[in-house]
Design a protein around this ligand. Structure first.
Ligand code: DX5
Ligand code: ZN
Length: 218
């Protein structure tokens, strides 16, 4: 497993210049591109769906890390896979049959991830962790980019790292929300190996340099 992966979130990109933004990410040190899908039901915001994912997939060879903030995501797994998703991460809070949904993602040939809201304990993952390729800790309440990092996320990262280590498997530990150069070091130290960064990357004067800067914190 790579030491550290940066996954810039295109939620913070300029949607009117998506081709240039994707090209910038292609040239960057980011190994993954983070795709935030919101349905206006699970979270109080609507972002974008299949056409945007397909458009990005057409212009990149980077790994597409799809974060589904939608109710009952099992209805759309095959369509996300067909649209170019490599990783599909669903929310534990949105899945009444979480184990079945994880198996469904794998059956579509994608890697499977589960995300936890700030108010959801790491223990929710105990009975599925061995089936996962990735576990994601939300370090803000999902729905919007540009929010302030919740400090308790570092403690949760330590707990999740211990749970992952107990499986003896290589499972990505991803942090999403308010990540910047101030909190990234503590998250990496606690065991995170995938950092999502939206506004910190896209609002910076030189996004490629900012991605590189985050990489050097590992
Ligand atoms: C929040 C999204 C995040 C967000 C990250 O609901 O899941 O991926 O876009 O953006 P920043 O880094 O600006 O918090
Ligand atoms: Zn996200």
């Amino acid at each position: 497993m790579e030491k550290l992966i940066i996954a810039p979130s295109v939620l913070a990109a300029d949607f009117a210049n998506l081709a240039q933004e994707t090209q910038m990410l292609n040239e960057s040190a980011a190994a993954w591109i983070h795709i935030d899908v919101m349905d206006g039901v699970f979270v109080p915001n609507i972002s974008f769906g299949f056409p945007v994912l397909e458009a990005i997939a057409k212009h990149t060879t980077k790994f597409l890390d799809c974060h589904l903030m939608i109710e009952k995501p099992e209805r759309y797994i095959s369509q996300f896979a067909a649209s170019g998703a490599n990783m599909i991460t669903v929310h534990a809070e949105a899945c009444p049959h979480l184990h079945r949904t994880i198996q469904q993602i794998k059956a579509e040939g994608c890697l499977a991830g589960v995300a936890l809201n700030p108010g959801t304990p790491v223990s929710v993952l105990e009975d599925v962790i061995g089936d996962l390729d990735l576990a994601l800790i939300m370090s803000v309440n999902p729905g919007f980019g540009g929010q302030k990092f919740i400090p308790n996320s570092v403690r949760k990262t330590t707990q999740l790292k211990a749970l992952i280590d107990s499986t003896g498997k290589d499972i990505y530990l991803e942090i999403d929300g308010g990540v910047n150069q101030i909190n990234a070091g503590a998250l990496i130290h606690a065991g995170a190996n995938v950092l999502v960064a939206g506004s910190f990357v896209f609002a910076s004067a030189d996004p490629k340099a900012t991605i590189q800067e985050l990489m050097t914190l590992a």
